[in-house]
Design a protein around this ligand. Sequence first.
Ligand code: PLP
Length: 398
Amino acid sequence: MKNKRVYFDNSATTPVDPEVVQEMQPYFGSIFGNASSFHFFGREAGKALEDSRAKVAALLNAEPSEIIFTGCGTESDNIAIFGILNAYGKKGHIVTSKIEHHAVLYSCKRLEELGYEVTYLDVDKDGVVSVDDLLKAVKDNTLLVTLMHANNEVGAIQPIEEISVALKTINEKRKDKIYFHTDAVQTTGKIHIDVKKLGVDLLSLSSHKFHGPKGVGALYIKKGTNIAPVMFGGHHENGIRPGTENIPYIAGLAKALELANRRITDQNKHMLHLREKLKKGIIETIPEVIINGSNEKAVSSILNVSFNYIEGEAMLLKLDMEGVAASTGSACASGSSEPSHVLSAMCVDPVASQGAVRFSFSHQNTEEEVDYVLSVLPKIVESLRAMSPVWNTKKQGS
Ligand code: PLP
């Protein structure tokens, strides 16, 4: 199967759905106005903007006034975190976890430089935080809890609903509310997001993770949330995200979310089937592999496997030569020789962590693609292990 191309890196990004491209098309052509302009062209663009906002709000069980459009998931996270703290106007304490995406983790590191105190919660071997640990971490001066909905490397789903219920009880007895933000970039379009059910104050999402265009995201901000801008300019997006709105991409995001929510059940069943088939095939044909995280407590789109005695980056190169796209973890951290902060937090052995590969699926992947990957993987692993002195010594000894 030469020239075969298999894309198993859907947690990094997804191809844009043709229906989404079609939806965006008019806004690159005849409907080109600036949504803030008074005239007909502006009103037309403004209607597209507000229709998209209403659509996204309805899909998340929010009000249109609670949705702002942003440039990406990273921007949504930054606006949420710094926006809440700017509004408080005083230093305090933030609770997050050790497994956040760098958009949150590095924001928290910056907060420490600015004089805030941050608690980074541990996770268990499955990559899940403990609600008890979180509640114990809360202090009198805690201003914000920011915790991802599902992790981007292992897929672990966090107990967001349980935490929001517990924080509500704590907030009833406090003057300064502890706001709760979740980064739902890896769950939007894979789990039905109902912001009321989740009970969060802020929720970030990113269009390119669910077959929408890159460079556009959204942030849910619950009515009554005290948030200040972190960028300054015009009055766009309730004054929280100034800058002329990107109407084609926003219309694309709304369409992509509509399509993703519509296919969610079938898609999850399909991805689960592919993930289990790949997992079973790997375990049956390759010795010394470790499945990282518990797939029962995770989104169905991610399989993270450690191939002992191999460098994950070397695996990716070999896979790429066979036409298979996967990743060692977060796309934003690829090229970094540091072991994954997520796997370290899950206490995965550093050697196993070096050999970790993330396969991530979408509804567009097929069983035939899994079969193809399973046909090339054992040879790749064997050839790479043949170069490992540790593996060779071990083999001779057994
Ligand atoms: N948060 C999570 C959990 C992610 O997986 C990603 C992207 O991988 C981001 C945030 C950043 O999103 P974006 O690429 O839209 O900035």
